[in-house]
Design a protein around this ligand. Structure first.
Ligand code: CTP
Length: 432
């Protein structure tokens, strides 16, 4: 059975895009917190993508960043009050015309006002008018974030379909650290775009523990050289980020990943280098997990000998490099499903593998994936075609999600966060 996945789950906005260009209408709301300066990068991100950006700050936000900066970056007039340009009925039109509203930073006060349906400034009124996705990126001190009042407000907003992002852990305004930091602007933009594409930020994974491997493994030849692969870790991190936003407790076991990847808010990272280290960490955490997603590109082989000091040019070392003897690494995924079959780990653990396939003249990539799913005894296998610049390191992905019961879900080309949402939509149904 082939199921085409629908790209839109939310009600589409009841308007058409305005005249200013081909981009979408994005409202960037800014509340009064020290992280207001980061909104400038967010505005830039949307502008560079060709979107039409309208910045709606609160009065307090203008204490941190001037109106002129927001006007220059967005190319649109900025006001905080419903009493400016009354003839344009701005308090109605800005929200009505938006394809997306994203507020960064969303302070405890702004969250409280939105929860209570207040319309006491242009930003609150705009949110109250919105029929498009609304994404709030909280930033505040840990105590304010963890306060029962804020948490209750966040629960209410989420139950109404407003996306409240998980704040990042890290350095806050002073020397203190904890949850409450604004996620990086690029992360906010990516998640907000995913919300606009219909990716659900529901709490369907609340109480579930998910283990995700990501990136490539490095198999050392000596202390400075290794055998590796092109995996960037992007798809694994995107899965972790969406799963964490759906309420899961996420552990990422990360091999080598691209430097620009940010730790997904709400996820824990364990860094490893080789396949054997990844095997050890997976083994350590698998029995407490409800779902394991093996998105890592694990090296099948490693050098049989690893030199303790750097191999210098010269006869002996050269010979070693000219003929690298390889031995097989453990198959981590197969070890998990074997342990599940023998009762060593819970039988209801859901296991998802990834297969980067190329196909050959006789067999399609999909056929290879089907064979691999059976061989590995996984519950699902996400098959994507690789080669010629596809998948590795790219922001987009596509493919087919195969299930052990024979269903094939086509996942159309989309940002890796959107693909992550589609994969989790299917896989979550199997978690008990
Ligand atoms: N995998 C693993 N341990 C390995 C190799 C792969 O756990 N030593 C996992 C990968 O993380 C992925 C799945 O198995 O989820 C399929 O990986 P792939 O490299 O396509 O599978 P292989 O068994 O190595 O098959 P091939 O011969 O096609 O390389």
């Amino acid at each position: 059975m082939r199921i085409a996945i629908n790209a839109h789950n939310h009600t589409p906005p009841s308007h058409t895009a305005t005249t200013l260009g081909s981009g979408r209408n994005i409202v960037v709301g800014v509340a009064g917190g020290i992280a207001a300066y980061k909104a400038c990068h967010l505005i830039r991100d949307f502008k560079e993508a060709g979107d039409i950006v309208r910045v709606v700050p609160t009065e307090a936000a203008l204490q941190f960043v001037g109106k002129a900066t927001f006007e220059a970056l967005s190319g649109n007039p900025v006001s905080t009050t419903v009493f400016d340009a009354v003839d344009e009925v701005r308090h109605v039109h800005v929200g009505q015309q938006a394809d997306l509203i994203v507020v960064a930073p969303a302070t405890a006060d702004l969250i409280a006002r939105v929860t209570h349906g207040r319309a006491d400034d242009l930003l609150a009124a705009t949110i109250l008018m919105a029929t498009c996705p609304v994404v709030l990126a909280p930033a505040m001190h840990t105590e304010m974030w963890e306060n029962k009042a804020t948490q209750a407000n966040v629960d209410i907003l989420r139950s109404r379909g407003i996306v409240v992002l998980e704040p990042a852990h890290g350095r806050l305004t002073g020397t203190d650290t904890g949850p409450g930091r604004l996620p990086e602007p690029s992360q906010i933009a990516t998640l907000a775009r995913a919300a606009m594409e219909g990716v659900l930020f529901d709490r369907s994974l609340e109480g579930k523990k998910i283990l995700i491997t990501a990136g490539g493994t490095r198999e050392a030849l000596d202390p400075v050289r290794f055998l590796g692969n092109h995996s960037s870790g992007r798809q694994g991190f995107a899965l972790a980020e969406i799963a964490a936003h759906r309420g899961a407790e996420v552990t990422i076991i990360a091999g080598s990943i691209d430097n620009d990847l940010h730790t997904p808010s709400g996820a824990r990272i364990i860094n490893v280098s080789s396949a054997r280290e990844m095997y050890t960490e997976v083994h350590r955490h698998v029995s407490e997990s409800d779902l394991v997603i093996m998105a890592a590109a694990v090296a099948d082989f490693r050098p049989a000998h690893q030199a303790e000091s750097k191999m210098k040019k010269g006869s002996e070392a050269q010979q070693a490099l000219e003929r690298i003897e390889l031995i097989e690494n453990p198959d981590i995924l197969r070890a998990i499903t074997t342990a599940r079959a023998t009762g060593e780990i819970p039988s209801d653990l859901v296991v998802v593998g990834f297969a980067a396939e190329t196909g050959d003249e006789n067999t399609s990539a999909l056929e290879f994936a089907r064979i691999k799913l059976t061989k590995k005894d996984a519950d699902f296998l996400m098959c994507n075609e690789v080669g010629e610049g596809k998948v590795f390191g790219q922001p987009k992905n596509s493919g087919f999600l195969l299930s052990r019961t024979g269903e094939i879900t086509e996942i159309e080309t989309a940002d890796k966060h959107v693909v992550a949402g589609r994969i989790l939509d299917v896989v979550t149904q199997k978690i008990r």
